[in-house]
Write a protein that binds this ligand. Structure first.
Ligand SMILES: Cc1cc2nc3c(=O)[nH]c(=O)nc-3n(C[C@H](O)[C@H](O)[C@H](O)COP(=O)(O)O)c2cc1C
Length: 174
């Protein structure tokens, strides 16, 4: 029974998103990956897969570079792990530093944010919060409320991220 219900919901969703893509509501998302040990890259790939399935297109930036990530009229999904003592993960550290130092104009950027951290650290998800503050200071607008994942307790981070995407998709925020 559960499987049938799930399949029906999935089919209905696919039809809904197919209609969206025909109507031109399909969007392009730049997915920015902030990872050091790989968890966030895997999660970001799942996010991309889900968006593609919904009729959108995506570019995955596993090492975001300011010369390659669109900063004009762009939609970003930033998936950022915290490392060190509350710092950005390695793959995104230089990008965030460049945005900050160059005061890049993000006034036409809309973003959604997934922070990945571990609540056993005092600086739980600090990089996610810092990213949100930086994006806001540079003029970017958030598409939806951020998702902060706690890897200490979450056994299915990808599932949580997909449910979060679905929730905001259903509300037409994404
Ligand atoms: C050396 C080290 C430092 C970390 N520091 C923090 C931290 O300050 N705050 C936090 O919320 N999580 C912290 N974490 C937890 C990571 O965010 C978590 O392990 C995450 O899954 C790593 O993602 P990644 O594999 O994509 O790099 C730390 C992990 C390690 C290994």
């Amino acid at each position: 029974m559960i499987r049938v219900g799930f399949k029906r919901r999935k089919n209905a969703q696919q039809i809904y998103h197919w209609i969206n893509s025909i109507q031109g509501i399909a969007m392009h998302f730049h997915i920015l990956v902030g990872t050091t040990s790989g968890n966030t890259e895997y999660l970001a790939e799942e996010v991309a897969r889900q968006l593609n399935e919904e009729g959108h297109t995506t570019t995955l930036h596993d090492q975001p570079d300011i010369t390659e990530v669109a900063t004009q009229n762009a939609k970003w999904i930033a998936c950022i792990a915290t490392h060190g003592a509350g710092e950005y993960a390695d793959s995104i550290f230089p990008f965030m530093q460049t945005l900050d130092e160059q005061n890049t104009d993000l006034s036409t950027v809309q973003y959604a944010l997934i922070g990945i951290g571990d609540s056993s650290y005092d600086t739980f998800n600090q990089a996610g919060h810092d990213a949100q503050n930086l994006f806001t200071r540079l003029g970017a607008r958030k598409l939806c409320e951020p998702l902060m994942i706690d890897m200490l307790t979450e056994i299915d981070p990808e599932g949580v991220a997909i449910a979060w995407l679905d929730q905001w998709s259903d509300q037409r925020a994404l």
